[in-house]
Design a protein around this ligand. Structure first.
Ligand SMILES: [Mn+2]
Length: 424
């Protein structure tokens, strides 16, 4: 973890300028009828979960280039996640991936408490084979033609729920790699029937206060068809399984130019928006850093979420899910968490009353200009002030670099071989 001295020294150097910028923005927002303190309070209360696998270097199917000090196991990962939360104060929880992170619940709880984190959704893994498993997932898991393979996948998901219940998790996210690579390889209908039946068995094991999140993904690892390929199929699953089943929207898992914010609005309207995986993409499922390609799209998604905030019980889960191939994962996750907060803050600035009026009057130009006024506002002083007041860093990346954390853990953690190929 980072020592408090380093954070305080850096903050002390930045504080006077930050207070001046915050005051100037406060004046500007006041003229727009917006109370900056109220916006800051909502930003400060906002959190996005970090995936445990995000603190390791990702890769492509060609190669992986691990950096120094890669986490060796979940306890190292939790320390890295603790640093992200310590500096940003925007990532209070971690999402585990089983079996990669499977450890006794007592040990997980103790480490999480030590580093100041809680646990978000559990993620099952039936898209790769484990050394000791009886049946292979090469041709699918929950939708496999073989009943024993499906049963194995169901039991793994139930084991994820059991562990999650012991560490304070309240959700299970299911993503399957099931699909086909050749036309004719799989019968679409029978394959989906098998998936629904198996997912129904997992659903039946869900505690009453849990949510089952299913995630759609249009391609990879199956390249001709995937069983849960789009939000339509995802919605059918959630409707079929029951009230505790909701859809998870991963921004990257859509074809280019798909109107994701409208998908968000549709799922919200029918009570089936369960959560997000934030990332960005240029060509497809690239898993690029959140907000790095199209921050306006992220803002438009948050515009829908702010619009929905008053809905009774509306509380979709928020998580980052991205692959870091050329950056220090801790730095990328800190910047990405800030980008999510930024989109939220900007969406909070939209004059909704004015927007409603322009929409009713069919004044397209003024409607879109009103919306964009939120996006155009530089809210950085609000984000930085929220961090400062919560004990975080005004400039998280600068403090992280000055701390030498990466070199310190590299001295303890052995270098990982780069021989293994591919992201999983
Ligand atoms: Mn995802």
């Amino acid at each position: 973890m980072i020592t408090a001295d380093i954070i305080e020294q850096s903050n002390a150097r930045a504080e006077a300028r930050l207070r001046a910028d915050y005051a100037a923005l406060g004046e500007h927002l006041d003229r727009r009828g917006i109370d900056i303190a109220a916006i800051k309070a909502r930003v400060a209360a906002y959190g996005v979960a970090v995936p445990s696998w995000g603190v390791g270097t990702g890769g492509t199917r060609f190669a992986r280039f691990p950096g120094p000090g890669e986490p060796r196991h979940i306890f190292d990962k939790l320390e890295d996640c603790g640093v992200i939360q310590q500096l940003t104060r925007a990532t209070p929880s971690v999402s585990l991936h089983i079996p990669w992170d499977a450890q006794p619940a007592a040990d997980l709880n103790a480490k999480a408490e030590e580093v100041g984190l809680t646990f978000d959704a559990m993620n099952s893994n039936t898209f790769q084979d484990q050394p000791d498993q009886a049946h292979s997932y090469k041709f699918g898991s929950l939708s496999h033609t073989d009943a024993a393979t499906r049963q194995q996948a169901v039991e793994h998901n139930i084991a994820c729920i059991d562990l999650g219940a012991q560490i304070g998790s309240r959700a299970l996210t299911i993503w399957v790699g099931d699909g086909s690579n050749f036309p004719g390889q799989a019968n679409f209908t029978r394959q989906f029937e098998r998936y629904l039946d198996a997912a129904g068995q997992v659903y039946a094991a869900l505690p009453d206060d849990w949510t089952l999140l299913t995630e759609h993904k249009m391609y990879e690892p199956a390249f001709y068809s995937t069983v849960v390929q789009d939000w339509g199929t995802n919605l059918l699953i959630a409707q079929q399984l029951g009230a505790k089943a909701k859809c998870l929207v991963d921004l990257g898992h859509h074809a280019p130019n798909v109107n994701i914010e409208m998908i968000v609005a549709r799922l919200r309207q029918f009570g089936k928006l369960g959560g997000f995986h934030f990332n960005d993409s240029k060509y497809g499922d690239d898993d690029l850093d959140t907000g790095s390609i199209d921050p306006y799209r992220l803002f438009l998604v948050f515009n829908e979420l702010v619009e929905a905030e008053a809905d009774p019980g509306f509380a979709p889960m928020h998580m980052l899910d991205q692959s870091h191939n050329v950056t220090d994962p801790i730095e990328s996750l800190m910047v990405s968490a800030t980008e999510v907060q930024r989109a939220y803050a900007q969406a909070l600035l939209v004059d909704r009353k004015a927007l409603d009026g322009y929409q009713e009057d069919n004044d397209a130009l003024m409607a879109t200009t009103t919306l964009k006024a939120g996006f155009r506002t530089d809210v950085e002083p609000i984000l930085a002030m929220a961090r400062l007041e919560a004990g975080g860093a005004v400039d998280p990346v600068a403090v992280y670099r000055a701390s030498g954390y990466r070199a310190q853990v590299a001295a303890i953690r052995p270098a990982v071989s780069g021989a293994g190929g591919g992201i999983v």
